[in-house]
Write a protein that binds this ligand. Structure first.
Ligand SMILES: [Zn+2]
Length: 147
């Protein structure tokens, strides 16, 4: 769903950012549907749609939007940065062969998130302080299992 510029302006402001055309274009892209995209993929997709943002503009704005908390970053199959428009808590499945990224909803074990249990366990066992526990599962998607 494409947003009117005023809506995007309000959204950017509420996250402490100024409105700009590139930010509007990038956010519209991310808000059309749940996306997992690299900077380069985004660059080519926007080019196909007739938007003329340079690759460095795309990189710069992705990092601004990520630091403000409007999108999230995860590591793709090759360790590359993938940007995610889904801000609700979830885990990821990453296919090591084709690079597909899929969301897995959070689940609980005895009322606790597994990432919380892992964090508590790791802190107790090692004395470290864990900031942000994340779970990314790697493997083969159904299509790649059959090729
Ligand atoms: Zn995701």
């Amino acid at each position: 769903m494409s947003k009117k510029p005023e809506k995007t302006r309000d959204l950017l402001h509420s996250f402490g950012l100024r409105y700009s055309k590139p930010r509007n274009i990038i956010l519209d892209y991310f808000h059309e549907k749940d996306r997992h995209t690299s900077a380069e993929h985004l660059f080519y997709d926007l080019k196909d749609r007739g938007h003329n943002l340079s690759l460095s503009t795309v990189y710069l704005n992705l990092s601004v939007l990520k630091n403000a908390g409007l999108i999230r970053e995860l590591k793709g199959a090759m360790g590359e940065a993938i940007f995610d428009s889904n801000l609700s808590p979830h885990h990821h499945l990453v296919c090591e062969q084709c690079g597909e990224v899929m969301d897995v909803p959070i689940f609980t074990v005895a009322g606790e998130k597994p990432t919380y249990l892992l964090k508590a366990h790791a802190e107790q066992a090692t004395g470290w302080k864990v900031k942000e526990p994340r779970l990314e599962l790697r493997g083969l998607c159904p299509t790649c299992q059959n090729t």
